[in-house]
Design a protein around this ligand. Structure first.
Ligand SMILES: Cc1ncc(COP(=O)(O)O)c(C=O)c1O
Length: 461
């Protein structure tokens, strides 16, 4: 059958196709609690079948879907399951996934409020709710982007605009050639993607003043350099290894008084502000000018989803909005793309709105506090089994050693191979360790006990 005719036929079969997709997705999700968390080697080997020539002719959509499911589903890491503790990766709450499917059907290019009023309005509401939940200053502006890397980039572009505007330089128009130098300060333990963002902004990955940190990776307030002239200070809420927070109450008032733009990378740590039990860790953060976080981490929405918050929307819009004859930049309503690097973009606020609407303040708080309690349980049981926990477990991150570097690596390999759970290797201040990150809605207390049993069993081999 020729392709157009087939496409028309398939349109008639749309419902059947989506039902098949739904059934396959549900079967996949239902398999997660019982399957090995890592993809099995034979499934990874079978991926070689994907390396076929570009098809000359068309295929039936249901055959394409079947091939996708049969070849790729078994080769996935069970990140959406309850016992994946690698990197810092949340799952996907059912309401978030369901909203994501509906938004996929809508296919709204959410750049402008005039053309996509529904999804643009969802972002306005989601942004307001997020600011309330995270106790950020009322009226804070924000951009819904792909993740914390781009959220840092977006917020730091606003920072660059602001400090140079104050120095009489229009960076968006004139670039950085001949501009007044900007002093960028960051901790020794900043996430590498923060430095990447600085590099992308022409601020350099290596010309940053790195401030020494303490044993938990917190910036040492006593080592903060003197601040004068155009300055951007990058702080961190939640170290990717230890979960530690920079001492905001000691640093922010000083930096603010000296006129620095304060930016906080809170990829996962910013969510501590949603939990009264943990909010003390972030005290003083409200004095910052911008904050970056991920919704695909602790809010448990599907990839990819991050948020850049900027106290004053002016510099953010100056850095991100486009002016072109055919593009409406001024509008009575908030144009999402005036706040993001992308013009064409998916409607990322949809799942965020859905999770906040479904869980409410209490539900988010419960999820975050539960994951932190579960992290403490990991630490307690691993310590009791004679293994060394390297960090103060203040949040959801646990670093554990199983002896020297070689033994620790062997234990981690055995744990990954066992398949009950998955956690990765890291090196923390010279020590090779396993990093356990608990940030999934799906993780039950029983999953924690099952996982820790497997860890202790594998490390004893
Ligand atoms: C502190 C911190 N910043 C930035 C990032 C980068 O986030 P993303 O991968 O969502 O861009 C991470 C990722 O784990 C992180 O932990």
């Amino acid at each position: 059958m020729e392709p157009v005719a087939r496409a028309l036929r398939e349109r008639v079969g749309l419902k059947a196709l989506l039902e098949r997709s739904f059934r396959r997705a549900v079967a996949y999700l239902e398999s997660l609690p019982d399957r090995a968390v890592r993809p099995l080697p034979d499934a990874v080997e079978r991926l070689a079948a994907l390396d076929e020539p570009l098809p000359e002719s068309s295929s039936a959509a249901e055959d394409v879907l079947a091939r996708l499911d049969e070849l790729v589903s078994p080769a996935t890491m069970a990140m959406a399951g309850p016992r994946f503790f690698g990197f810092v990766i949340g799952g996907s709450l059912p309401v978030a996934l369901a909203a994501n499917w509906l938004a996929g059907a809508w296919d709204q290019n959410t750049g402008y409020a005039s053309s996509t009023p529904g999804t643009s309005r969802l972002e306005v509401v989601a942004l307001r709710w997020l600011c309330e939940l995270l106790d950020l200053p009322a009226g804070t502006a924000g951009g819904f982007v792909t993740g914390a890397t781009v959220a840092n980039f977006t917020a730091l572009a606003a920072a660059r605009n602001s400090v140079l505007t104050r120095a009489g330089w229009a960076v968006e128009a004139d670039g950085l050639f001949g501009a007044p130098p900007i002093h960028v300060i960051a901790g020794e333990e900043s996430h590498p993607t923060l430095l990447k963002s600085l590099g992308m902004l022409g601020l350099g990955r290596s010309r940053v003043t790195r401030v020494p940190v303490d044993a938990q990776g917190r910036m040492r307030a006593d080592a903060l350099p003197k601040i004068s002239g155009p300055t951007i200070l990058c702080l961190q809420a939640g170290n990717v290894n230890t979960g530690a927070f920079d001492p905001f109450t000691e640093i922010c008032p000083v930096a603010r008084a000296a006129g620095a733009w304060i930016h906080v990378d809170g990829a996962f740590g910013l969510w501590a502000r949603a939990a009264p039990e943990l909010a003390h860790l972030t005290r003083g953060i409200e004095l910052a000018d911008s904050w970056a976080t991920d919704a695909h981490k602790w809010l448990n929405v599907p990839y990819d989803s991050g948020i850049a918050f900027v106290r004053d929307g002016g510099p953010l819009r100056a850095a991100m909005a486009i002016t072109a004859e055919y593009l409406p930049t001024e509008s009575a309503n908030r144009n999402p793309s005036d706040y993001t690097p992308e013009l064409s973009r998916r409607a990322r606020g949809v799942e965020i709105w859905a999770v906040l609407r479904a869980l409410g303040r209490q539900g988010v708080r419960e999820m975050i506090e539960r994951n932190c309690r579960q992290a403490r349980r990991f630490a307690e049981r691993l310590t009791a089994a004679g293994h060394e926990v390297l960090n103060d477990v203040v949040l959801n991150q646990v670093l554990v050693k199983f002896g020297d570097a070689a033994k620790t690596r062997r234990a981690i390999e055995a744990i990954q191979e066992d398949g009950t759970c998955w956690a990765g290797v890291t090196v923390w201040q010279g020590h090779t360790a396993m990093r356990i990150s608990v940030c999934s809605w799906a993780t039950t207390d029983e999953d924690v006990e099952r996982s820790v049993d497997a860890m202790i069993r594998c490390a004893a081999r």
